[in-house]
Design a protein around this ligand. Structure first.
Ligand code: NZQ
Ligand code: ZN
Length: 394
């Protein structure tokens, strides 16, 4: 194993009835005032919001609500949340939802703890985040892993930019994970979630350091479990066994565990962010539509690594590394397709692009040619453009 530091302080309460532990989790932390953050309508429609409000009222916790968080959450709503949190003197920001809601809660927490700094300054690294306030998460969709991750992603709706912020201060204080809360998910959201969970480990697995045996074994096992339970969960979101496996995998896949000791790559995430920044498509769609193209492009840098993945995750037996690698990539793409996920730009809402459109995506991804991405193989503007070209089919 190579060197690493690892600290995930988030208290996890997992399983049926875990929502009932909310008052206890707040009491342990002496929390009397909470800003509740939620999405467009699903939590209201399912009755979850009423349940949470009831628990807060019964525990004499004062609260206000910030609702209307959209997928690819907007900076403007987070700024509104900061005002609400300050007006309430909130002591904790409670997210009821998925990655978009939890990331908004994280942004509100950072803003409320630093009222003199506009939150976007932290996202573009013009200000250093030194303090925040606690966030709690009640997860309704296994996907982004924000409930334990050190990351938060915001879209600046004035500038049209999607950016991530990584800091230990992004780790929530607690996360309530009840698989039953995800049973109301639409089929495609479940598929997007399964894809994103796989991608958080794939984006760590494919890195230049290949001799972290236990990290590799954990990553490969996680991928096998997600692949096994992904299809059942997409078919039937009420399959609580499959959903419970997927939900726990979602948290483990993005809390750092599956990449310890390695130098994570995350190029696919960056390629995808440029697509969802421009077209506002779901995060999962933005990943599956470029993964195969990225994999074929970078594979020659280390075919043996792709062969290891093909063998240990997909059970591929082949005479040589190149053949095994190709089969592993094909099986991964076929799996995404079987979940109804797009595997090309043309299969997403953005459609097949002309040359100017592809150039714009590469410009966005390279921050106007000022950065390279990836570690498995470093990618500059020209590489990004070639990958988008490869993904640009029906
Ligand atoms: O808004 P509502 O009505 O709640 O509907 C949501 C939303 O439309 C719906 N949904 C969620 N739970 C549901 C439900 N519908 C019915 N029943 C339920 N139980 O699902 C839709 C998507 O929600 P969202 O929160 O956007 O999904 P996800 O968890 O995939 O989050 C995606 C966002 O997280 C970011 C992505 O870039 C994207 O902005 N990411 C955050 C990360 C992090 N903080 O660590 C890492 C990821 O790589 C990712 O970048
Ligand atoms: Zn992701």
């Amino acid at each position: 194993m190579h060197s690493f530091t690892y600290c995930v302080p988030t208290q996890i309460v997992f399983g049926g009835e875990s929502l009932e532990k909310l008052p206890e989790l707040l009491k342990e932390r002496n929390i009397a005032r909470v800003l509740l953050v939620c999405g467009g309508q699903s939590a209201k429609k399912s009755g979850l919001l009423d349940r949470v409000e009831g628990l807060l009222q019964a525990a004499d916790v004062e609260f206000d609500i910030l609702s209307g968080v959209q997928p690819n959450p907007r900076l403007s709503l987070a700024r509104e949340g900061v005002k609400k949190a300050l007006a309430l003197s909130a002591q904790l920001i409670l997210a009821v939802g998925g990655g978009s809601v939890i990331d908004t809660a994280k942004a509100v927490a950072h803003g409320a703890a630093n009222p003199d700094v506009d939150i976007w300054e932290f996202w573009v690294k013009r200000a250093e985040l030194k303090r925040s306030m606690p966030v709690g998460a009640i997860l309704t969709i296994p996907a982004a892993g924000s409930e334990t991750s050190d990351s938060a992603v915001l879209t600046n709706d004035e500038l049209g930019l999607k950016r991530g912020l990584n800091t230990p201060l992004n780790r929530p204080a607690f996360a309530i994970l009840d698989p039953a809360l995800a049973a109301t998910l639409p089929e495609h959201q479940a598929a997007c979630g399964v894809t994103d969970i796989m991608m958080h480990t794939l984006d760590r697995y494919f890195n230049p350091v290949c001799d972290n045996e236990i990290t590799d074994a954990i990553a490969e096992a996680l991928l096998r479990v997600v692949i096994k339970n992904g299809a059942p969960v997409v078919r039937d979101r009420g399959d609580l066994h499959a959903m419970s496996e997927i939900m726990w995998c979602g948290s483990l896949s993005h809390n750092g565990l599956t990449g310890l000791g390695g130098n994570k790559d995350f190029a696919v995430h960056q390629l995808g962010h440029a697509v969802s920044e421009k077209f506002d498509i779901y995060h999962g769609d933005s990943l599956s539509c470029v993964w195969g193209s990225w994999a074929r492009y970078v594979c020659p840098a280390n075919p043996a690594r792709f062969a290891q993945y093909a063998h240990n995750v997909w059970g591929v037996q082949a005479a040589d590394d190149e053949t095994a690698a190709r089969q592993g990539i094909e099986q991964t793409e076929a799996y995404f397709a079987s979940l109804g996920m797009p595997i090309s730009l043309g299969q997403t809402r953005c459609g097949v692009q002309d040359e100017a459109g592809l150039q714009e995506l590469a410009a966005r991804c390279s921050f106007q040619k000022t950065r390279a991405i990836g570690t498995f193989r470093k990618l500059d503007f020209d590489d990004m453009l070639r990958i988008y070209h490869m993904a640009n089919k029906e």
